[in-house]
Design a binder for this molecule. Sequence first.
Ligand SMILES: *Cc1c(COP(=O)(O)O)cnc(C)c1O
Length: 405
Amino acid sequence: MKDKAISNLIKKESKRQTETLDLIASENFASHDILEALGSPFTNKYSEGYPGKRYYPGNVYCDMVENLARKRALKLFKLNPKKWSVNVQPLSGSPANLAVYFALLEPGDTLMGLKLSSGGHLTHGHKVSITGKHWKAVQYGVDGEGIVDYKEVKRLAHKHKPKIIISGFSAYPRKIDFKKFKAIADEVGAYHMVDMAHIAGLIAGGVYPTPFPYADVVTTTTHKTLRGPRGAMIFSKKELSEKIDKAVFPGLQGGPHNNTTAGIAVALYEAMQRPFKKYAAQIIKNARALAKELKQFGIQLVSGGTDSHLLLLDVRNLGIDGMEAQNRLEKSGIIANRNTVPGDPSPFKPSGVRLGTPSITSRGMKEREMKILAFFIYQALLGRDIKARVVKLCKQFPAKRFLKS
Ligand SMILES: *Cc1c(COP(=O)(O)O)cnc(C)c1O
């Protein structure tokens, strides 16, 4: 690369990714093949519209890429193409959610989602998000144990009659009862939208309950547990798909990023191969093992454990807050983000840290390493410097094979 400044920064970032442990639950390593698709000449092409109906010529191969991505997406999640449709053009998870609301709601209509402070996403109706400004947002929460308060969901749904009820979260360690959400949505005549951004790879791998039998629309990012490029997809029941497609383009976006679509197609191909099932299962095994080991050090976990790829640590009994925990971990090369825990008095001073296993599982770590990692986390949280040992562990599980040099 002739641009030495950027080339240097890429090298530095690659080294950073190799020499730290990434426990951010929404991050992962996309494969070399995916990076190759992202860096391909498909980035040069404009193709506003959909396969067979483009506003520019020259799209014969873009059409094939997009059709292949759509076909694979339906196949991966075992969906009948007569009943379900998928849009692979949303530029990321947030615009995907926005497109769904734009398709199914009028301005001022009501939507309902989990509060940010309980593990929901900004785009589920938080007041600083356009989703909480442009539409009337009702927010449900979790109970003292950190489990979705389904009684509150039901009560609020009957009271406010939202048009869309959203399930699927960003910081929720347990299984979600999609059936219950659907039943409540049906009682009040709402659509049930599942945002499976975090858990898509687990669902694809068959190790987390599938939401599809109980959903009208399912959105997902492609770069979290699904291990693809940054992007998103919207699955919808056939009767809604025309509205959704129109909301994505021309409603919200211009030309799709065809290089990303190619990368998504590769990620879907990879997720259909047998090793991916093992990978998905190992993510959860690792999260459970890490939970068990951390508890032995007296560390408290919201909901007492996990059914998924993530854990929520409550660090109050260590005499620190989430920010301090995040900083202490980072000093030792363990990258994890602060997070609110149920009952936190202020969302600005969260008392927890969120830990996820997708990235370290991609590096090949298993239960044995979780035991070591739990010790590292505990030491780091106590303020001890274990950076050298973290780097050593990183070297034993190199991330280089994912990174272009
Ligand atoms: C990550 C996430 C998103 C948003 O994805 P971006 O690609 O960052 O816009 C949406 N919903 C949920 C539940 C998420 O966790």
